[in-house]
Write a protein that binds this ligand. Structure first.
Ligand code: CAA
Length: 286
């Protein structure tokens, strides 16, 4: 039974379904599948794609419900900024101005660490589920990607950034910490020392530094962001499908697995792929 004191965190109504414009699992989110490519677009341009907790739940649903035919996901955003991070109205402390249906994060925290952590775990899925998806996830990032916006970019496997990109982890500046799955990819990309500096200062990282530090795969002029992303998607689709699907979990596990576990994962993955290739050759000969 629903606890009436619990905010309704269900995903807002789908406002369009199956149109040419794709589906809309959240008022600020558009999802469109074109063959093996799923494009997920943040489109609350007026608020610089600031993110509400309900958006995180909608992102989790999309990531966890990917069709098996999807091989590449593009995470992108309309407007000048990829995302200004958490919609600050939910922490403004003024219930009158709080968006309807969104949780009061302070009230949730007041219920105790365990209960609050459970709620946040649901929010985290909107970020972490992309790493677990079989499809390769590419973020195309322009303008500001702040806080939750930066963490969403970090949730992708690859990042193409525009030359106007401004990445910043601002949670610490608000008296908080990054809690949407961003700490692990950040540290694995730039190391603990640079990660601490970026989070503690909240400073902006531009395109050149992002590429040099490994936060972005490539930086391109703003008007080439879409075309470069499309080229990268085409290159990913050109890779043999089974090998690419096996590659992502193998490389991700290399970050944290011990050497023996990783070696086993390599050889077992290879054995499966070799068997598949062998069967294909045999079938081809027949
Ligand atoms: N929440 C709600 N509204 C936001 C917003 C946010 N995070 N960021 C921007 N907006 C709104 C502005 O209020 C403004 O609305 P109005 O037109 O109604 O005044 C509109 O979006 C456009 O914003 P700006 O005029 O400021 O646009 P800009 O291009 O000059 O600047 C910006 C863009 C640098 C992103 C600036 O808006 C900004 O600094 N925003 C706040 C960023 C921030 O601190 N986010 C929180 C990060 S921490 C986090 O995300 C916490 C977490 O995960 C737990």
């Amino acid at each position: 039974m629903t606890d009436p004191s619990t905010p309704d965190l269900s995903t807002p109504d789908v406002t369009t379904q199956g149109t040419d414009d794709g589906s809309r699992p959240h008022p600020h989110l558009r999802v469109q599948q074109d063959g093996p490519v799923l494009t997920v677009t943040l489109d609350n341009t007026a608020r610089r794609n600031a993110q509400l907790p309900s958006l995180w739940l909608a992102l989790a649903e999309v990531a966890q419900g990917l069709d098996a035919s999807v091989r590449v996901v593009v995470l992108r955003a309309e407007g000048p900024s990829f995302s200004a991070g958490l919609d600050l109205s939910v922490v403004a402390g003024d219930p009158a101005k709080a968006p309807q249906g969104e949780p009061d994060l302070f009230e949730i925290a007041g219920r105790g660490v365990e209960e609050a952590a459970d709620v946040i775990a649901g929010f985290q899925r909107g970020f972490t589920a992309w790493a677990e998806a079989e499809a390769v996830v590419v973020a195309a990032v322009q303008g500001h990607a702040i806080g939750a916006g930066f963490q969403l970019a970090l949730a992708a496997d690859l990042r193409v950034v525009a030359d106007d990109v401004q990445l910043a982890m601002r949670e610490t500046s608000l008296g908080l910490v990054p809690d949407l799955g961003g700490t692990q990819p950040l540290v694995s990309l730039v190391g603990p020392s640079r990660a601490l500096e970026l989070c503690a200062t909240g400073r902006f990282v531009g395109a050149q530094e992002a590429v040099a530090a490994g936060l972005a795969n490539v930086a391109v002029p703003r008007d080439e962001l879409e075309a470069t992303t499309a080229d990268l998607v085409a290159a990913l689709l050109a890779a043999p499908e089974a090998a690419l699907r096996a590659l992502k979990p193998l490389l991700r596990s290399a970050v944290s697995a011990d050497r023996e576990t990783q070696l086993r994962a390599e050889r077992e993955t290879q054995a499966v792929l070799l068997r598949g290739l062998g069967e294909a050759r045999a079938t081809g000969r027949r």
